[in-house]
Design a protein around this ligand. Structure first.
Ligand SMILES: [Zn+2]
Length: 427
């Protein structure tokens, strides 16, 4: 690295009582031009973090149904007889012949004949528990006819994702005959590293691209951030709800996701915009401005916590170009030009980095001027001159005291300031 002429200077206090400024590194205009030192102004500006991660498409667990048989019997007819079939809510799936059911219906008819209301109600409840609908039970009572078979209906619209029954097979109470999933919405389960959790917030919009459809961008909101970290992967599961009306996204597919988070002054993601709105705990896709009931399950909507804060100049992050920051792994340093040509090493507390910018949490003020090029050179000069530098927080010695007998901090092998200047010395 070509060295440049530089001197350390003790600045004099201009006002009485003003604390003495720390010594700074002085670079002449000429040396500055030759060494290509460039500077930038520290400013508050909008900054967006772009987090890329991977995940998988899953079933929307809140739109899954299992069809369970409630009587012992035989499957006499299967209407829904293959996996992948689309069914509507209320569609018949299978017909089951059950001797138990037949006996229970006879009991109801006997009760009706006796005219005993209590007995009628009891036998009706029994039939409902065996899987008949209220309407079916009422029809049996009024027509005084028994049903030979019980028909199973689909409680939701969806796709049959599992079929565990064949025609003419015996079934027992509690057997699961079908699993039906509504694929109009699916989940994307994303893996987020601990370090990136600060960029993730409930309600944020996420872009999802399935590997199967590289050109198509799906969008959904984060509605679940797992409260527990997955030990094996050291990641946190984040679930995004995605509308999938064309049913192109299939559970099991791999997906890439992009989470763009506008950042606030402390480097964390800004509120996502859903704060204060209302949602259903069971149906996260429901988002309403006003309180009320969930249109799907009638549950009372809950208000989403947090406050939406509009981006003001105060909560924008304070940033420097990332090239301004020297990082020793332990400390982060920038060179601030307090007066023309005078540079001081300043330790900063850095927030996250986003693209070409580094968020500064403390150490700098808006309007400060920092070196963005040539700062390695400034650092090596500082080190040579015994000023604070990246690897030497205090500087080799306080140059006020260097010539005093007690100045043992200054090492004899090191050039001392301001007497000596580094080589090559061209004057
Ligand atoms: Zn709901």
């Amino acid at each position: 690295m070509p060295l440049i002429p530089a001197t350390a200077e003790v600045q004099e206090s201009t006002l009485e009582g003003e604390p003495e400024r720390p010594p700074s590194l002085f670079i002449s205009d000429q040396a500055r031009k030759r060494s290509g030192i460039e500077t930038a102004v520290v400013q508050r500006r909008p900054l967006t973090n772009e987090l890329r991660t991977v995940g998988r498409i899953l079933f929307n667990e809140s739109a899954l149904a299992e069809i369970v048989v409630r009587v012992d019997g035989y499957v006499e007819r299967l209407f829904a007889d293959f996996t992948g079939m689309q069914v509507k809510r209320g569609d018949h799936l299978a017909e089951i012949y059950s001797p138990d059911l037949f006996v229970a219906q006879r009991e109801l008819l006997l009760a009706v004949e006796t005219g005993n209301d209590l007995l009628i109600e009891t036998t009706k409840s029994k039939l409902r528990l065996l899987g008949l609908t209220r309407q079916q039970v009422d029809e049996i009572a009024s027509r005084r006819e028994t049903l030979e078979r019980v028909t199973l209906h689909s409680p939701i619209a969806g796709t049959i994702i599992e079929k565990r029954v064949v025609e003419q097979s015996p079934v027992r109470t509690g057997d699961v005959l079908y699993r039906i999933a509504n694929l109009e919405s699916v989940w994307a389960s994303l893996d987020i590293y601990e370090l990136d959790l600060q960029f993730v917030r409930y309600g944020q919009l996420v872009e999802i691209i399935a590997e199967a459809f590289p050109g198509q961008i799906y969008s959904g909101r984060i509605w679940l951030i797992d409260p527990v970290l997955t030990e094996e992967t050291r990641t946190i599961r984040v679930v995004v709800n995605i509308s999938n009306e064309e049913r192109k996204l299939k559970p099991g597919m791999f997906a890439n996701a992009v989470i763009r988070s506008p950042l606030q002054a402390d480097g964390s993601a800004r509120p996502s915009g859903v704060e204060g709105q209302f949602t259903c705990p069971m149906h996260p896709q429901i988002l309403k401005k006003d309180a009320g009931k969930c249109p799907i399950c009638e549950m009372t909507l809950l208000q989403i916590g947090g406050e939406e804060s509009p981006p003001t100049s105060d909560n924008l992050p304070l940033v420097v170009p990332a090239s301004a920051v020297l990082d020793s792994g332990i400390r982060k340093l920038v060179f601030v030009e307090r007066r023309p040509g005078h540079f001081n090493a300043v330790q900063i507390q850095a927030g996250p980095r986003s693209g070409a910018f580094q968020i500064v949490l403390s150490g700098l003020n808006e309007g400060d001027i920092v070196a963005t090029r040539g700062n390695f050179l400034l650092d090596s000069q500082s080190q040579i001159l015994g000023l604070p530098s990246l690897l030497d927080q205090e500087g080799a010695g306080d140059i006020h005291k260097q010539h005093s007998p007690g100045g043992e901090k200054a090492e004899p092998t090191r050039p001392t300031a301001p007497k000596s200047t580094p080589q090559p010395h061209k004057h």
